[in-house]
Design a binder for this molecule. Structure first.
Ligand code: ADP
Length: 970
């Protein structure tokens, strides 16, 4: 390998080995040159044997001339030298040997001196070739002993010969040493020459390397002056190398304002640090550029050199800057968008509130059929509009990642049931069976976002109803697993509808996508529902999945994990006691029955139905016979065959049915009806259509009173409800005049007194001045907003415990929590329905969200204890309860297993056994349900019996819960 190419330097040993032949050659060459240049014989010419010597010298001269004109090889040259030297030596030696015998000893000695002189000179003249010298020595000295000994064997002669031999040996040693030194010297000179050449090559290589490096490089000396730069430096900064070398780097490329920083950097470099920074530097033309500067001290250089590398990063910086600007812009846009959304929400909801509110108010008045139809249309259209608006808002919020989930305790089974109930009307219109299954092992109170769970369910059930023409829609929530204090619940909505094709399944979750364009016309919709649902489910930590088969139906499901919350103790739950009360609805019209069932079922009543008067009477008698009489019967006034009043007459005529209170619903009120009711012992008389709030309140009032005797005066009517209602003094704080009017009209119509304030300051003054039962407080108001006003009211002595309900048009998530955190008691989102408003104002809905769980105790423990005490067996109570609790799961299982049997008899037996156990401990409702089941089984009506299973399960769970809290509590 060529060292010049690799740029690497090599050790001298390797060099010497490599170059040995050359060295030899050089040494030989030098020797030959030296030999040719001079010799003892070229100019020495002495006494007797002049001829021979001249001949030898002539020969040698001739040879030298020849060699001078040509360039013989080293071997040839050496051979020539040796030959001529031997020739000259012979001429001298033989000549001397021939002359000596004829000479006087002192003359001979003189010759010897001459010869030794020549030989001594030859040690340097022939220093480069041992052999030439030896030839000379041999040829010159070897003949002499013969000449000397020819003079005679005198002691003197012998000594002379010995001396000559010793001289020859000595001179040979001298020559050997001189030759060795000569070779060494020449070799050293050659090596020096070679490494000088190598060094030059390496230098050139490094220079080329630096010059062609694409990174700008400058080498600075200890005074920050440029010592050298490469071509890239010239390109980058626009200077020629000649301009910069020797100049201070600061003056060349460092902007004035950055010089002190640059000095600091240099100091760091001098301390041994390798500095890498991104800085600004200046070109010769004054343009600023962004560079990445890497600098380090050159360790090998004692003179304090520093090498600095500059990489141009202007492009990268520009790209970064552009990206930053784009991000800032996007953030600004997102902020503007969410502000716009909040505003739009507010702006649209406010007029919608007026529309919906007034429509509801007008619908409550006497109207012609046409008018009512038109207004109903306005209402449904407005509600549809609001739904679409909410969808779009939701979607935008999810998009902008502004949707925050709430985390509050709520009643999960109730949310599922209530959502399904809301859509039951639509299902019924299409004659679809809508079933809801929430087994008792599903935790009741969980922590999560009820609004969003409801929204997703609403969407899925809504779609299922929308896309199903025949068959059923099944909704279920079942436990999928337990993880610590978390329970996963699997929600499932299954339908027997048109189904979704494989290909369409891929896109239905995309926004604004509907499976089939023709569908839009047929079914309507925005195509946002599933997109929102899927994202909401994902936000809540689940995944919305679907399986479907065209014309067989679809199944949507998702699983969410909830923290389970403790169920509030029974005492707290018993505030309103419609829950668990038994109700029989007798009406020939299925829709009417369903409406009542939905309204009161949602309040927790156990609702049963009869479609004819005689069937109703029969049901009442059966229940009374089983000692589980109905608490209330709602009778339709207009029925074929036997109307409500006739039925009421029959009921009151039966002594066994006196416990059951009666409520008549009529769609055509007639003069004198009230009187008739009083006479018949009917407790309430209401006209259809009836608002949910009114029905609930009327039923509550009726159940709170006693089953009054015939002729009693206190008939509950629409008017008496309004009159008897506890009149509340309400302070309505609202800046929007339309909203103020809507709420005021609703509340006044309900019989409450209303004062209005149009901002927070007025509200605080009003509370300080007057005493109120409840404050309805708008949040966004001029002068002083709702939060500030609330804080000020809370600071007043009369405001500390005052219920303050937030009214807000912001449908943004987290609003409820925000209101509660700011000291408010409840929350109502605009637009609101009248019964929602009444519920919060009258304190029925003022608790945070869905936690208002209201039920009457499922077990009458006190009665059980009393009975046992009377029987003198009070100490057995706990044991019996324990046995009941521990055997309950088996009993339920046995029931479920029996229900699967095709024969009725096992179910009848299982229900009977369970019923007597439940009856014993005072679980009246459970016993009644089981009895119905038992009877249905006995009558061979297995379907009805099986239908009860669900209720039995729910009620059994309630009994268990009650028993647990009761035994825990004491
Ligand atoms: P929308 O119902 O407003 O059209 P969705 O996002 O809720 O929008 O649904 C998107 C599409 O998915 C619907 O248009 C329909 O084609 C299809 N789809 C949704 N649910 C069902 C279902 N249960 N059965 C059949 N098709 C359905």
């Amino acid at each position: 390998m060529n060292p010049a190419k690799t740029g690497m330097s090599r050790g001298p040993a390797a060099l010497a080995a490599d170059e040995e032949p050359r060295v030899q050659a050089e040494v030989q060459g030098a020797a030959v040159r030296q030999l040719i240049r001079g010799g003892p014989f070229a100019d020495g010419l002495t006494l007797g044997w002049v001829g021979a010597v001249i001949a030898a010298s002539g020969l040698r001269t001739f040879w030298r001339l020849r060699v001078g004109s040509q360039t013989p090889s080293a071997e040839e040259a050496l051979r020539g030298v040796r030959l001529t030297v031997a020739g000259v030596g012979l001429a001298w030696g033989v000549g001397a040997a021939a002359a000596i015998p004829a000479l006087q000893p002192h003359e001979g000695a003189l010759i010897l001196v001459v010869l030794t002189g020549i030989i001594a000179g030859a040690t340097s003249a022939l220093v480069s070739d041992r052999r030439s010298f030896r030839y000379l020595l041999l040829t010159m000295l070897a003949p002499l002993p013969f000449g000397i000994l020819l003079q005679g064997q005198a002691r003197f002669n012998v000594i002379a010969v010995v001396l000559i031999a010793a001289f020859a040996w000595g001179m040979d040693r001298v020559h050997r040493r001189a030759n060795r030194m000569f070779v060494e010297r020449v070799r050293a000179a050659v090596l020096l020459e070679l490494s000088t050449q190598e060094l030059g090559r390496q230098h050139a290589y490094l220079d080329a390397l630096i010059a062609s490096t694409p990174v700008a490089i400058a080498v600075l000396d200890d005074r920050r002056s440029v010592r050298s730069v490469n071509a890239a430096f010239e390109d980058l900064f626009g200077y020629a190398a000649a301009e910069v070398v020797g100049a201070g780097i600061d003056g060349l490329i460092v902007p004035e304002s950055l010089r002190s920083e640059s000095t600091d950097l240099e100091a760091r470099v001098r301390r041994g640090e390798i500095v890498r920074v991104e800085v600004e530097r200046m070109r010769k033309d004054g343009r600023r550029i962004q560079v990445r500067l890497s600098a380090a001290a050159v360790n090998a250089a004692a003179d304090g050199a520093v090498v600095a590398l500059y990489e141009d990063i202007s492009d990268r910086k520009a790209a970064e800057e552009a990206m930053r600007a784009a991000r800032d812009l996007a953030e600004r846009v997102a902020r503007a968008r969410s502000a716009f959304l909040a505003n739009m929400s507010h702006e649209i909801r406010t007029p919608m509130n007026a529309v919906l509110g007034f429509v509801e108010l007008v619908l409550d008045t006497e109207l012609g059929t046409e008018q009512r139809r038109a207004l109903e249309l306005v209402r449904t259209s407005s509600e549809a509009l609001l739904t679409i608006l909410n969808d779009i808002l939701d979607y935008s919020k999810i998009e902008a990642e502004h949707l925050e989930l709430e985390s509050i305790p709520f009643d999960l089974p109730k949310v599922v049931h209530a959502t399904a109930t809301l859509l039951a009307v639509r299902a019924r219109e299409k004659h679809l069976e809508l079933t809801v299954d929430v087994p008792p092992d599903v935790p009741q109170i969980v922590r999560g976002d009820p609004t969003r769970v409801r929204q997703v369910l609403m969407n899925l059930i809504g779609n299922a109803v929308k896309f199903t023409e025949h068959g059923e829609v099944d909704v279920s929530a079942t436990v999928a697993g337990y993880h610590g204090d978390h329970t996963s619940v699997r929600f499932r909505v299954r339908d027997t509808g048109i189904g979704i094709s494989e290909q369409q399944l891929a896109t239905i979750f995309d926004e604004f996508t509907q499976a089939d364009v023709s569908m839009t016309r047929r079914y309507g919709g925005t195509g946002l529902g599933l997109a929102i649902s899927r994202r909401l489910v994902a936000l809540m930590g689940g995944a919305l999945t679907v399986t479907s088969e065209v014309s067989r139906g679809s199944e949507f499901s998702f699983t969410l994990s909830f923290t389970v919350e403790a169920v509030p103790p029974a005492a707290a739950r018993a505030a309103v006691s419609l829950g668990g009360r038994r109700l029989l609805v007798v009406d020939d019209n299925e829709t009417n029955r369903r409406i009542v069932r939905d309204m009161l079922g949602a309040e927790g009543m156990a609702v049963h139905e009869a479609s004819r008067a005689d069937a109703g009477l029969e049901a009442l008698r059966r229940a009374a016979g089983a000692r589980t009489p109905y608490d209330l019967a709602i009778l339709d006034a207009q029925m074929p065959d036997q109307d409500g009043f006739e039925l009421a007459t029959a009921i009151r005529a039966d002594g066994a049915l006196q416990q059951t209170r009666l409520l008549i619903l009529t769609s055509a009120g007639q003069r004198g009806d009230g009187e008739r009711c009083r006479e018949l012992g009917i407790q309430a008389y209401l006209t259809k259509p009836i608002a949910r709030a009114d029905l609930v309140e009327a039923v509550g009032t009726v159940l709170a009173g006693t089953a009054s005797a015939r002729g009693a005066a206190d008939l509950v009517t629409r008017h008496s409800i309004a009159e008897s209602r506890h009149v509340l003094r309400v302070l309505l704080v609202e800046d929007n005049p339309v909203n103020r009017q809507v709420a005021t009209a609703m509340l006044l119509k309900r019989g409450h007194q209303v004062d209005v304030a149009s901002n927070g300051r007025e509200a605080v003054d009003a509370v300080a001045r007057e005493s109120y039962d409840v404050v309805l407080m708008d949040i966004q108001m001029p002068e002083m907003d709702g939060f500030e006003a609330t804080a000020k009211i809370r600071a007043l002595p009369q405001g500390r415990a005052l219920p303050i309900i937030a009214l807000t048009a912001h449908a943004l998530s987290g609003e409820r929590e925000r209101c509660l955190a700011r000291g408010m008691t409840g929350y109502l989102a605009k637009p609101f329905k009248a019964h929602d408003l009444f519920a919060v104002v009258e304190g029925r809905g003022a608790q945070p969200a869905d936690t208002a769980v209201t039920r009457s105790p499922a077990v009458d423990l006190a009665a059980f204890r009393r009975t046992m005490e009377e029987a003198g067996a009070a100490e057995a109570v706990d044991g019996i309860l324990e046995t009941f609790v521990s055997t309950l799961p088996q009993r339920l299982e046995a029931l479920v297993a029996a229900a699967r049997d095709s024969a009725a008899e096992p179910l009848q037996r299982a229900a009977h056994a369970f019923r007597s156990a439940a009856g014993t401990i005072g679980a009246g409702h459970l016993a009644a349900l089981l009895e119905e089941m038992e009877r249905a089984a006995r009558d061979g009506d297995l379907a009805t019996a099986r239908d009860k299973l669900q209720h039995v399960r729910g009620e059994a769970q309630a009994v268990l819960d009650d028993l647990r809290t009761a035994t825990k509590g004491g």
